[in-house]
Design a protein around this ligand. Sequence first.
Ligand code: NAD
Ligand code: MG
Length: 402
Amino acid sequence: MQYVTILGSTGTIGQQTLDVISQHPGRYGVFALTAHSNVEAMLQQCAQYQPRYAVMQDAASAQLLQQRVQAEQLKIEVLAGVDGLTEVAAHAEVSIVMAAIVGAAGLLPALAAAKAGKKILLANKETLVMAGQLFMDAVKQGQATLLPIDSEHNAIFQVMPRQAYSDLRDVGVNQIILTASGGPFRRYTQAQLQDVTPALALKHPNWVMGAKITIDSSTLMNKGLEVIEARWLFDARPEQIEVVVHPQSVIHSMVSYVDGSILAQLGNPDMRTPIAYGLAYPERIASGVKPLSLIEVAKLEFEAPDTQRFPCLSLAYDALAAGGTAPAILNAANEVAVAAFLREQIQYLDIPRLLEMTLQQLPAEQVQSIEQLLAIDAEARAFVTQAIANMTTAPVRKAVSV
Ligand code: NAD
Ligand code: MG
């Protein structure tokens, strides 16, 4: 039996992980579940999966959960905050850690799992965007096994050579080709983008995901974050990573080799495939995902991304080129801007505008430590929060032109 900690168990990825685990009861046991503040959802998961630990980010929620767990006579230890998260991520009895918290909040627990040498199923791409080098170093030093869960990176991992390399060319790789669905606004004009509402942006054509990543997918920021994620996971130079829009989301990504071959991984767009792959690696187990019917899919289309209408993708390449702390600054700014858009405090096109402004105003530094990155993350959040306050308190709200 392998014991699993699921960081972010009440989220979309967390729930799908529990779904796959439930299909293999003799193989995986649930050691710990964690959530931000949804006590009802956590209580329901606790009753169903009977973990040893449940962690709530927020202390008041932890207290409430504790009372409910006692009332239900469940034998579960309730912990709170980052300390609780790092404890269950690094616990000696845990073999597998699913890192599926959304945003920068996922960094410290994922890092704790890396240092403790766990098998890490990394869904939380923000960890690599913020602290790519430090996280990869921790994985190496802790002798952890890192398995990408993001569908694109999982696909690339599946078709990448297994030998070690110092440059992708040494193993015959020409390029990594990340596919992007293009999101719900692929065909929108600049004028139509102006009027996009949260409700509209929350409807992704192919994938069911949490709110933040769904907005990121619509702006192509998600693909930008994934370019940075690929840079670290596969030790690729930015020019070795190409983005291709593929609206069907059937090819989850590809690797192009020097001999002219392109290897791809295909499947129905369902995250239980990469989750099952990560859980069982290097074996394969059933995931509950329907086999892909190529006849039903019938055709696969590809086109170039339009960085005029979707500048977030270029901003990610810019941050990568600037290096150092620039991707962490971009990530923090994006989290604040997306949250403000979801609260209807800013307009859709203000998102790239705020990101560009933040990258211009806050200088990139060399990365030295996690503490430094957390301080820069806080600084970038404060900067964007202030910029939003300035925009929204202005007497006449000016239309944004990008
Ligand atoms: P979600 O919003 O559905 O779930 C997020 C989870 O994290 C929830 O359990 C929530 O309680 C917890 N959480 C949120 N803020 C927290 C905080 N401050 N501290 C502790 N816990 C917190 O998100 P999701 O769609 O499941 O995505 C999770 C991660 O996986 C993201 O980084 C996302 O980019 C990545 N990812 C998701 C998908 C997908 O299909 N959903 C695909 C690829 C990658
Ligand atoms: Mg993805």
